[in-house]
Design a binder for this molecule. Structure first.
Ligand code: MG
Length: 253
């Protein structure tokens, strides 16, 4: 509360000094310490050596070897996907996988690769997906020289919002998503107080900028919200294509 009041006062002070400085050069009078605050101190973490490496406070969901933080979406048992060369690979027909832990607001890094051998077209080529809170799909698809509907291509919020650009790498190449997600907030009666929001970088390029998510992903029909808890598992989709994932880490906020 005190910090909020202080920030408001600081904002007002900054606005005032900005408007006055247009009219006159503000003299350096007064105590500059009045607009500093030191507590709470900003937490120190160690960033990764590259932006792909997990920083020190991330939860590593998949490190190339261990899939124990995941379970089968179908039966809750161990994941039936294959671990090959440090990647978790969709085993078509076995169903999706989901994290054992639930997540709400988060920063998520995930790397994915569609098959080097190109098969199929449109939605049938290298299709998978990242379902935030098991409901809101960020599409994974091989969209390199592969046209499909715009709001269904890689980087889209599936059947809702197309990506700003197509930043796809070719089939067989590793690609990255860096995601900033805000969970929806519901009222007691189940209606939405604040919809979910998402920002996504695809291979370092912004493709979703604070995009509003309009409800659970629907293949047919319009998206809609159904009240759920503030933390839900992340789900990776089995769409029948052997898409690979690696280096998955998350920072809940
Ligand atoms: Mg998909």
């Amino acid at each position: 509360m005190f910090i909020r009041l202080f920030k408001m006062a600081l904002g007002a002070t900054l606005c005032f000094s900005f408007s006055t400085s247009l009219a006159q050069k503000a003299p350096h009078t007064g105590d500059p310490k009045l607009t500093e605050y030191w507590d709470p101190a900003v937490r120190i973490i160690t960033p990764g050596k590259t932006n792909a490496d997990a920083p020190s406070d991330a939860i590593v969901l998949f490190d190339g070897k261990d899939a124990s933080k995941w379970e089968s979406e179908k039966d809750g048992g161990p994941v039936k996907w294959k671990i090959e060369d440090g990647a978790l690979v969709v085993a078509g027909g076995t169903g999706g996988i989901k994290t054992k832990q639930g997540f709400g607001d988060c920063q998520l890094h995930i790397e994915w690769r569609t098959p080097a051998v190109v098969k199929g077209e449109s939605q049938g080529r290298g299709n998978s997906g990242i379902f935030l809170m098991s409901r809101y799909e960020l599409q994974v698809l091989d969209n390199y020289n592969n046209r499909t509907y715009s709001n269904g291509q890689a980087g889209s919020i599936y059947k809702q919002t197309p990506p700003l650009v197509n930043a796809s790498r070719g089939p067989g190449e590793w690609q990255t998503y860096d995601i900033l997600f805000s969970a929806p907030v519901f009222q007691e009666d189940g209606t939405v107080r604040t919809p979910a929001k998402i920002t996504v970088f695809h291979n370092g390029v912004i493709v979703q900028h604070n995009t509003t998510i309009w409800g659970s992903t629907q293949y047919i029909g319009t998206p809609n919200y159904e009240k759920h808890s503030s933390k839900e598992p992340i789900m990776l989709q089995d769409h029948g294509n052997p898409v690979a994932y690696r280096n998955i880490w998350i920072r809940p906020m």
